[in-house]
Design a protein around this ligand. Sequence first.
Ligand SMILES: NC(=O)c1ccc[n+]([C@@H]2O[C@H](COP(=O)([O-])OP(=O)(O)OC[C@H]3O[C@@H](n4cnc5c(N)ncnc54)[C@H](OP(=O)(O)O)[C@@H]3O)[C@@H](O)[C@H]2O)c1
Length: 317
Amino acid sequence: MRYKNFGITGMTVSEMTLGTWGMGGVGWDNYDEETKADAIKTAIDCGVNFIDTAPAYNGGEAERFLGRTLERLGVRNKIRISTKCGNVFVDGVVYRRDGRYDKIIEQCEESLKNLRTDYIDLMLIHWPDPDTPFEETMRALNKLKTDGKILHIGVSNFSIGQMKEISQFGVIEAFQPHYSMVNRDSEDLMKYAAGKGMGVMTYGSLGGGILTGKIREYREYAPSDSRNRFYKHFKEPMFSKVMKLLRVMDGISEKNGGVALSQIALNWSAQKDIVSTCIVGAQTSDKIRENCAAFDWKLSPEDIATLDSVIEQLNAE
Ligand SMILES: NC(=O)c1ccc[n+]([C@@H]2O[C@H](COP(=O)([O-])OP(=O)(O)OC[C@H]3O[C@@H](n4cnc5c(N)ncnc54)[C@H](OP(=O)(O)O)[C@@H]3O)[C@@H](O)[C@H]2O)c1
């Protein structure tokens, strides 16, 4: 594993963060509890020290599973946990934003209970709530920080304007945007956030799994599946473009001794200065091991340039 400073938080985090959306049991393929717990143990054994979750992941189920597992493994104090607030799970397809003072306090108390811990390393506002002034949401988060219930405050899915506005009401130390080889929309936001000293943790690092190269046939997913409702590249016209990108990645894999395509995707992100750590959702030990092995080697500047130019070309098509 490789490690980086996580912005001004003072934390040193693994370049891979384990994501737990799928472990909540909604939005992805499902596995039994033992398989998922083994995956968490394997990630920690491979050097992962940062785990991302949210109460929105199946109404707290991902948090509860993570809390149970970390307690059983006895490793809470070795792991940094980021969780989120201000986004309420309704039914797997619909989520409701709620940044009101009382809701933020209530969600944090619930997360502490779910995670079986008395502090949360990083609390992120999951999505901006257009109906609540940032001052009100930050009043709640600053109180939780003063009380020692959360150690750091961050934001996810915010624009630069929103980051500027919310920073008037407290210190924002982290940013969690969507970012991968198939979605570079947040690059300017990440430059801004990193320039302000925020730790940048990117989500969807494998494009929801498509960048592993293990899905090469077009298929339809259920309405509640994240590959249907959240990640757009499983649908045309993006699907066919990603298939072309995978063929270039196949060539780079061959040049690098047959490395897994997921490792190319992860290094493409992790090797950037504006990325502190990339979040990856994987629920089985074999996938975790394959992903963590990305951090045993690096892409050459030539390979990165090849990938960047193909991505640019495909975006322009
Ligand atoms: N802040 C936000 O709004 C936000 C939004 C989305 C995600 N996130 C966070 O970011 C995390 C990561 O994003 P994500 O989970 O949505 O997408 P992702 O990491 O890009 O992709 C996850 C998918 O890739 C598959 N996968 C992982 N490693 C693999 C491998 N080596 N071979 C084959 N398949 C592999 C997983 O399979 P299995 O699940 O079947 O193991 C899952 O289907 C989430 O878990 C969550 O913590 C945050």
